[in-house]
Design a protein around this ligand. Structure first.
Ligand code: C2E
Ligand code: MG
Ligand code: MG
Ligand code: MG
Length: 287
């Protein structure tokens, strides 16, 4: 009986694995044509200065408007795109679109903000990255100081000379570089001394429960102190409650991003948010 049950379990597992592989294949086939069909979208999530409350940046987050599945989140297609190499053209589209949008908002008279774009390690190792970024800036007319690239610690695994050269070339364009999901990846911190990063994005997993978990709070405090010692700014990700904001301010964290301030939204909605937030800040108090 046990043997039969084991075999059934195995068969069930096998067929669900096949279904999964099949689903991935279909999704990948469709993803190959997604750019050409205009199915990719960017949503924008505000990044706030914790001292002034001003929106000073927006993270561009890619979505895929699939004809049958609706809005597909990156967790479902970025890994596929990375495995297949499709992340390179997708990433190029994201960079161009983010720069174009940020420049358009400035031309519309909205307060200038920094647009933050996620880079996959695959893009980072691809030879054309510096050229792609240069082109996106030139085409859009966006000043490089309004572009920030978010990389994860995973880019540091590999040939240090190549990493160093790419970081130096990107920085020489005048843009900003930040480490995304800081504290969850590579453990050799020497790279912070060697490479010219501007900002650490403190991972959501440390921020989320820092009001109830002393260990999380200790980690956030240590990251902020270390960043300041090295002359880097910090931004807390995943800020969902007011209490977290108070704690972050007390720890000296400069910026925050999270559902408490705003979810990622389509460009039109973000422009409204930006205009509203600015109006609130410049309105005389008591009016
Ligand atoms: P990430 O770069 O760490 O982006 C932050 C993620 O956390 C986003 O998920 C955002 O919607 C979510 N988030 C923001 N605030 C909160 C909060 O208060 N609570 C919670 N629970 N979540 C929050 P999203 O948009 O699903 O993106 C997931 C990941 O996909 C990103 O993580 C990034 O690694 C990747 N990704 C997104 N867009 C791109 C892209 O254009 N290129 C590449 N290579 N990766 C991308
Ligand atoms: Mg990011
Ligand atoms: Mg992150
Ligand atoms: Mg992430």
């Amino acid at each position: 009986v046990a043997k039969a049950a084991g075999r059934n379990t195995y068969r069930f597992f096998e067929s669900s694995m096949q279904a999964d592989a099949l689903e991935r294949m279909r999704l990948l086939a469709r993803l190959r044509t997604a750019i050409g069909r205009g199915e990719l979208r960017l949503h924008f999530q505000p990044q706030l200065d914790l001292l002034t409350g001003a929106v000073i940046g927006a993270e561009a987050l890619v979505r895929w408007e699939h004809p049958e599945l609706g809005l597909v989140l990156p967790a479902r297609f970025i890994p596929l795109a990375e495995d297949s190499g499709l992340i390179v053209p997708i990433g190029t589209w994201v960079l161009r679109e983010a720069c174009r949008q940020a420049a358009a908002w400035q031309r519309d008279g909205l307060p200038p903000i920094v647009v933050a774009v996620n880079l996959s390690v695959v893009q980072f190792r691809h030879g054309d990255l510096v050229e792609t970024v240069t082109d996106a800036l030139r085409e859009s007319g966006l000043d490089a100081r309004f572009l920030e690239l978010e990389v994860t610690e995973s880019i540091l695994i590999g040939d240090a000379e190549t990493v160093s050269r790419t970081v130096t070339q990107l920085k020489s364009l005048g843009l900003k570089l930040s480490i995304d999901d800081f504290g969850t990846g590579y453990s050799n911190l020497a790279y912070l001394k060697r490479f010219a990063f501007d900002k650490l994005k403190i991972d959501q997993s440390f921020v989320r429960d820092m009001d109830s978990n002393a260990d999380s709070c200790a980690l956030v405090r240590a990251i902020v102190q270390m960043a300041h010692g090295l002359g880097l700014r910090t931004i807390a990700e995943g800020v969902e409650r007011a209490l977290l904001v108070e704690q972050l301010v007390a720890l000296g964290c400069e910026e925050a991003q999270g559902y408490f301030f705003g979810r990622p939204v389509p460009p039109d909605e973000f422009a409204e948010f930006l205009a509203r937030n600015t109006a609130r800040l410049i309105a005389p108090t008591g009016s």
